[in-house]
Ligand binder design. Sequence first.
Ligand code: B12
Length: 244
Amino acid sequence: MQRKIRVLVGKPGLDGHDRGAKVVAAALRDAGMEVIYTGLHQTPEQIVEAAVQEDVDVVALSVLSGAHMTLFPEIHELMRARGIGDRLLTGGGIIPTEDMNTLLARGVGRLFGPGTNTQDIVGYIREWYAGVHGSDALPPLPPPAAKPEPMAPVDSRPRPSAAPARADTKPAAKRGAGSSGKRSAKRAARPKAKRAAKPAGRSKRAVRPVAKKKKPESPKAAARRSSAKPARRPTRARSARREG
Ligand code: B12
């Protein structure tokens, strides 16, 4: 009997790298598998419990934390203890080839490192499933997603045509005073060379008037200012009183 292959994608431990797990989970789903993703930070017990509850065919772990030599054997042992030791335990992440081979020799399935084509993972799981349940039990691969239309080369793409003239639009030269029509018409009549010669800076009106610079004080004026008497000078009457 054909049915969907059921896969539990697990993220054990404190590893927060979930991109690879999500990419792989999506690829397996697109290949017609039933995928359950545990989410981050699961204990080995939680992962195996979920595998039992969901009755999965495959437990697939994503480990990028470097703890693969602890996590894979521990989960494998728990799977055996819970009576699902006949299911495939596979996975991937940052795992040196040497460690992959050591785990393979201990009964763990094939492991996949960075840069793996997800179709290789799909192929491996389907191959394992066919090996255990027979090729007749293998569900057919879903048809590939419709190919997107190829991009047309830039030159062959249709260009937007010039905007059609509005019914009330008069030629620039005929527009009434106050509109920019007059100026535009004058500008159009001006020879190109003259236009180019005009400096491209700001218009006169836009220029802010610069504050007039103060003339520096001459040394004579400075001396006069420093020796100046207080503003109140004695009147003739006052000075006569003082003398008397
Ligand atoms: C992106 C990234 C991050 C992101 C993670 C974002 C996220 N949400 O995933 C952020 C910035 C958060 C991050 C943080 C850290 N990171 Co980081 N990170 C990376 C980086 C650059 C790319 C990982 C990635 O997403 N690759 C793209 C995916 C699609 O590829 P992938 O995960 O490898 O998956 C493929 C295979 O591995 C395999 N696979 C993976 N999972 C599974 C599961 C199954 C079931 C199967 C079958 C296959 C499979 O198939 C996938 C498809 O090809 C790697 C370096 C690298 N080049 O790999 C470092 C790297 C993984 N990070 C590393 C480290 C050390 C850290 C930090 C500890 C840094 C720090 N001191 O803070 C933290 C830890 C954070 C945490 N809480 O765990 C180290 C790990 C070293 C190690 N284990 O020996 C790496 C290798 C960088 C390095 N060279 O040192 N990181």
